[in-house]
Design a protein around this ligand. Structure first.
Ligand SMILES: Cc1cc2nc3c(=O)[nH]c(=O)nc-3n(C[C@H](O)[C@H](O)[C@H](O)COP(=O)(O)O)c2cc1C
Length: 332
């Protein structure tokens, strides 16, 4: 299950909704859930309803979900850690002003996401270093809460992606300009998270394989180069999505449209990849897996519609799959 923001937390804390939501998908036979984008700092949330792991009290309600899933289902569960940067402080996609309960947004450069948006403040190097530490501390809390893996969100135009892209990052210091400088923040976050979670917990990084810039933006060639570097820093899998940093990018989605990005990264670097995007049927997921073009197939909206998608597919194919023992008499 692909990470999907549910905007239903209070002060970053998971509640009953999250318990029902994630446990239902585990009962439906999902092999791996990656829980939604979770703020590593309060200002790193996209909305006030986003989950957070910036403080220890936020661990307990997540641990309750993780423990239940581990004790009662076959599902593994990870969590996606995020900082929203210039795309934070929103509600239903619209900006929320600080006086209305939002906050001042910051990014690599004083460039808004959309021309009419508030201009973000420029992060200082000290603030960048603090956010690196916040990713590490949140990752540690995720492991304390029992999560099986951590995913760093460096896609969809959020803070780490903002640094990768020359469109949003026009800094003149060691965090901007050359490719090496633009990836520095993400590499430092990866190092901090690896130090926090150790080598035996898998680490995924979600990137936008391309941001569809007409010219000069973040693209597949740089993604390949980045993946090769992150592999040497202990990243186990690149979860390859696309877009999100250029508000008027032309994107033409179709079934598995992001697979060529994952396939090229895998082919050129040998790192494991995940693919996501309009892969809605088990047969298509299996075909991609067998083709060897990606190692992990993620589904998003199809699992919002139907939490029992994997179980249904297994029943149809006559294959074994986890099914709650209480529901045994419902088997076809
Ligand atoms: C409601 C919703 C919330 C989302 N939130 C996140 C998120 O927190 N992190 C992320 O990386 N992607 C997020 N996405 C993107 C999905 O993870 C996924 O990449 C996208 O929906 C395409 O896959 P699909 O066609 O299977 O839905 C979200 C998508 C939806 C529909």
């Amino acid at each position: 299950m692909s990470p999907m923001c549910m905007y239903s937390a209070t002060d970053g804390m998971a509640g009953d909704f999250h318990f029902v939501h994630y446990v239902s998908r585990a009962q439906g036979g999902v092999g791996l859930i990656i829980a939604e984008a979770t703020g590593v700092e309060p200002e790193g949330r996209i909305t006030r309803g986003c989950l957070g792991l910036w403080t220890d009290v936020q661990k307990a309600p997540l641990k309750r979900i993780v423990d239940y899933i581990h004790q009662h289902t076959d599902t593994k569960i990870g969590i996606q850690l995020n900082h929203s940067g210039r795309k934070g402080s929103t509600l239903s996609g619209k900006e929320v002003a600080p006086e209305d309960g939002g906050w001042i947004t910051k990014g690599p450069s004083a460039i808004p996401f959309q021309p009419a948006d508030r201009i973000p403040e420029v992060l200082t190097v000290d603030e960048i270093r603090r956010i690196v530490k916040s990713f590490g501390a949140a990752a540690r809390r995720a492991i304390d809460a029992g999560f099986d893996l951590v995913e760093i969100h460096a896609a969809h135009g959020y803070l780490l992606h903002q640094f990768l892209s020359p469109v949003s990052n026009q800094r003149k210091d060691e965090y901007g300009g050359s490719f090496e400088n633009r990836i520095r923040f993400l590499v430092e976050v990866v190092e901090e998270v690896v130090a926090a979670i150790g080598n035996d917990k898998p680490l995924f990084v979600r990137i936008s394989g391309t941001e569809y810039a007409p010219d000069g933006g973040w693209d597949l060639e740089q993604s390949v180069k980045l993946a090769g570097i992150l592999k040497t820093h202990g990243v186990d899998l690149m979860d390859v999505s696309s877009g999100g940093n250029i508000y008027d990018a032309k994107i033409n989605p179709y079934n598995a449209y992001q697979l060529p990005l994952a396939a090229e990264i895998k082919e050129k670097t040998g790192i494991m990849t995940g693919t996501v995007g309009m892969i809605e049927e088990a047969a298509m997921a299996e075909e991609i897996l067998q083709s060897g073009k990606a190692d992990l197939i993620l589904a998003g909206r199809a699992l919002l519609r139907n939490p029992y998608l994997p179980v249904h597919a297994a029943f149809e194919a006559g294959e074994p799959c986890f099914f709650p023992v209480q529901y045994e008499r419902g088997k076809p």
